[in-house]
Ligand binder design. Structure first.
Ligand code: C5P
Length: 245
C-alpha cells in the first residue's frame, strides 16, 4: 500500500497536491511614484512581480503560476517573466482585484484540471520566505479548506468613529495581521467566489462569508506588503541580506 503523503513536507507532495498559485497584478496603482504599476517597481533592478513569482516557484510546492496583468500589459509581463526564466501564464485581469482573481482562477482550472490546492499571493509581498509558502500548502494538503499566514499585533489598535474619536480598544491578544499567500482547497475558493458576492479585502474574507472556517499558520516579517517608499527601502535590505547568505 502506498503510504499517505507527508503533508508536513510539502516539497515531497505528489504533483496533484502541489499548489497552483494566482498572483493578481492587474492594478494600475502607481502610489510608489515610479510611474509604473506597483508590480513592476524594481528592487535591485528586478520587478516586485518577478521576485514574487520566483519565490513561489522556488518554494518547491508550487506547480504552476498564473499572473493577472493589466489587459494592455499581458504580452510585456509574459516577456518579462520569460526573460527571467520563470514559467508562468499571464492572463488579462478584470476591473478590480476580485475579478482579476476570478479570471486567473478560471484559467488555472482550465490548464491544470486536477489542481486541488490554490494559493492567492500579493505581488507586493515579494520576499515572502519559502517556509511560509510551504506552511500554507502543507496545511491545505493536510485538510484545511482555507489557510492564512498571520502575525501577532505589535501595536494596540483602536476602533474610531468617522470623526476620529475612539470607540473601543479591541483585545490585542485576539488580533492578527494577515499576509499572503492565502491557501485554499480549490472547491472552497471556487464556491466562495461564486456565492459570496464581490466585496472582500482578502480572499479568505469571502470564504468566511460562506461560513467555512479559516485556519492560520505563522507568517513572517519578510512577507510584508510593499506599499510605501519606506517599505521599498526595507525590501532592498531584505534582498541584500538574502544575497549575502
Ligand atoms: O489597488 P489595490 O491596492 O487594491 O490592489 C491590490 C492588488 O490587486 C494589487 O496587486 C493589484 O495589482 C491587484 N489588482 C488586480 N486587478 C485590478 C486591480 C488590482 O489584480 N483590476
Amino acid at each position: 500500500m502506498t503510504p499517505p503523503p507527508d503533508s508536513s513536507d510539502p516539497t515531497a507532495l505528489p504533483e496533484q497536491a502541489r499548489a497552483v498559485a494566482i498572483v493578481p497584478a492587474a492594478g494600475r496603482g502607481e502610489r510608489l511614484g515610479f510611474g509604473v504599476p506597483k508590480a513592476l517597481v524594481p528592487v535591485r533592478g528586478t520587478a516586485l512581480l518577478t521576485h514574487a513569482v520566483r519565490g513561489l516557484l522556488n518554494a518547491g510546492c508550487v506547480r504552476h503560476v498564473v499572473v493577472a496583468a493589466p489587459p494592455s500589459e499581458v504580452e510585456s509581463t509574459a516577456a518579462l517573466l520569460r526573460t527571467e526564466g520563470l514559467a508562468a501564464d499571464v492572463v488579462p485581469g478584470g476591473a478590480d482585484r476580485t475579478e482579476s482573481v476570478r479570471l486567473a482562477l478560471r484559467h488555472a482550472t482550465k490548464v491544470i484540471p486536477d489542481a486541488r490546492v490554490v494559493l492567492v499571493h500579493d505581488a507586493a509581498r515579494s520576499f515572502t520566505p519559502a517556509e511560509v509558502i510551504r506552511a500554507v500548502v502543507a496545511a491545505v494538503a493536510a485538510g484545511a479548506p482555507a489557510v492564512v499566514p498571520v502575525l501577532p499585533m505589535a501595536d494596540t489598535v483602536k476602533q474610531v468613529d468617522f470623526g476620529g474619536t475612539v470607540l473601543a480598544t479591541p483585545d490585542r491578544a485576539a488580533l492578527r495581521v494577515v499576509q499572503t499567500p492565502q491557501g485554499f482547497d480549490l472547491d472552497t475558493l471556487t464556491r466562495a467566489y461564486a456565492e459570496a458576492g464581490d466585496s472582500a479585502t482578502d480572499d479568505a474574507g469571502l470564504v468566511e462569508k460562506i461560513g467555512i472556517p479559516v485556519a492560520t499558520v505563522p507568517g513572517h516579517a519578510y512577507a510584508m506588503k510593499i506599499t510605501t517608499p519606506f517599505d521599498l527601502a526595507i525590501a532592498e535590505f531584505i534582498l541584500s541580506r538574502e544575497e549575502a547568505q
